[in-house]
Design a protein around this ligand. Sequence first.
Ligand code: URA
Ligand code: SF4
Length: 207
Amino acid sequence: AYTAEPFVPGRGGLPALRKAAAGCRGCPLHRDATQVVFGDGSADARVMLVGEQPGDQEDRQGKPFVGPAGKLLDRALADAGIDPGEAYVTNAVKHFKFTQAEPRKRRIHKAPNLREMSACGPWLAAELAVVEPELIVVLGATAGKALLGSSFRVTQVRGTVLEEEIHGRPERLVPTVHPSAVLRSDDREAAYQGMVSDLKVAARALS
Ligand code: URA
Ligand code: SF4
């Protein structure tokens, strides 16, 4: 099976993890991506945000949530009373997966499959072990399935505080929709307000 496990160092904190992730060959996604997009933020962060996988901009810049979805996420966090600069931000899968009709044509995001999500899981487990966040904000269905299993349904649990064992540790989680889903929504304002109200539950759980 695909797995990042042999590439994950057992010590050295976030700097060692970030450096090692650049050489991960745990699944085929590293082949077509520009670079790994590891998590970003302080090891002291109280809250960890988990998205799906890097998008086009993130793949080019090497940082999570720097594109349009990230801009919306930062605004929603601030509106909910969470300082985006104090969060640790990462993704369930660390390489950009895309399709491209022809070279130099636009790269279209493709959802990672279960094998890729579980292959990349050891990186997320290592980030959780180092950061030990007080709360995990789960951004959308892919992150939810990666953390909580394939029966996860974001519509059923969004805006609630879940207590679950994740990679052997007890964690508190608040799921919400993915910011890209807000951007794609027919009623963007309503979708945005829904996300902010979920994030307010996270803000309250942190205070
Ligand atoms: N969407 C994600 O899930 N993660 C990113 O880093 C950017 C967009
Ligand atoms: Fe490794 Fe994850 Fe990249 Fe696959 S997606 S190569 S498991 S870092």
